[in-house]
Design a protein around this ligand. Structure first.
Ligand code: NAG
Ligand code: NAG
Length: 259
């Protein structure tokens, strides 16, 4: 074996052992919910999650999204919730796997162009209720989920900026709204349930006193009725003002907090 070939082999062996040693942990130095707030649009980094070597891999998409990234191949992970006709939902980049297995890889699908994302195909939405309260905005509705790459029959999952490893679902996903003061600001706390041909997506006012409570992310097994009380009706598109719900996890009956 020539010295050159030998040194190539050594180099290969070194890079193989480096690759094997590359997964060095689970948690990022900075949890997703502690990054930002990013100024829109100039303060947004290309990728919000730049961690490498962690168990869940790297952020699949990017956060700077514009006319070049717009279209049905977009991997934009910057989402919006502005109004009845201007919001995005987290959904898979391709058909084939259940939401619960790929929450970290969801990308933004929006109702209209202009955000550098994929578009929710015309006719996929069957009914939407947009609600604005003093503490949050939310959309709840009905969708043919197969048109946004969610398997027929998949009861889905819940995306939020936390996740078991604090990198968020999707990893690096961020959300903006123009509903708290007029300019686009980042909603640090939010949750988005997708599945069973329904969805709910809530973004809490970061200036509000209880954003993390209204956008609580720990009740992910029990869905929209509980986490985002609403009166959405299939076939109806409507925009409402509402009162803030009880915090998810708190029941009030006749003025008494239960249990
Ligand atoms: C558009 O987005 C791409 C992908 O994130 C980015 O590389 C590019 O710099 C952006 N263009 C402008 C003009 O911001
Ligand atoms: C909503 O209504 C449409 C049209 O009638 C129907 O195809 C769809 O299954 C309904 N969605 C749900 C979740 O019930």
């Amino acid at each position: 074996m020539s010295p050159v070939a030998l040194s190539n082999l050594v180099a290969l062996a070194v890079s193989a052992s480096l690759a094997a040693a590359q997964i060095t942990g689970t948690f990022p130095a900075t949890p997703l919910a502690s990054k930002g707030p990013f100024a829109y649009p100039t303060g947004i980094p290309y990728k919000v999650d730049t961690d490498v070597g962690l168990i869940r891999g790297t952020q699949i998409g990017y956060n700077i999204c514009n006319s070049t990234t717009e279209g049905q191949q977009s991997l934009c992970q910057t989402s919006f919730l502005n109004s009845l006709d201007d919001f995005c939902l987290w959904a898979p980049p391709e058909m084939g796997r259940e939401v619960g297995d790929i929450e970290g890889s969801m990308i933004a699908w929006c109702t209209k162009p202009g955000h550098g994302t994929r578009l929710i195909p015309a006719g996929a939405l069957h009914g939407v209720q947009f609600t604005k309260t003093p503490d949050y905005v939310q959309v709840v509705g009905f969708i043919d989920q197969t048109q946004i790459n969610i398997l027929a029959g998949d009861f889905g999952g819940e995306m939020d900026p936390h996740g078991a490893d604090l990198r968020g679902n999707p990893m690096g996903g961020i959300v903006f709204t123009n509903q708290f003061g007029g300019n686009f600001i980042q909603g640090i706390e939010w949750h988005n349930f997708m599945g069973s041909n329904t969805f709910c997506f809530k973004v809490c006012d970061p200036a509000g006193p209880s954003a993390a409570d209204y956008c609580e992310h720990i009740f992910d097994r029990i869905g929209c009725a509980y986490n985002a009380p609403n009166n959405a009706r299939n076939g109806t598109f409507e925009s409402c003002d509402g009162e803030s719900q009880d915090f998810p996890g708190i029941y009030t009956s006749n003025g008494q907090q239960l249990p």
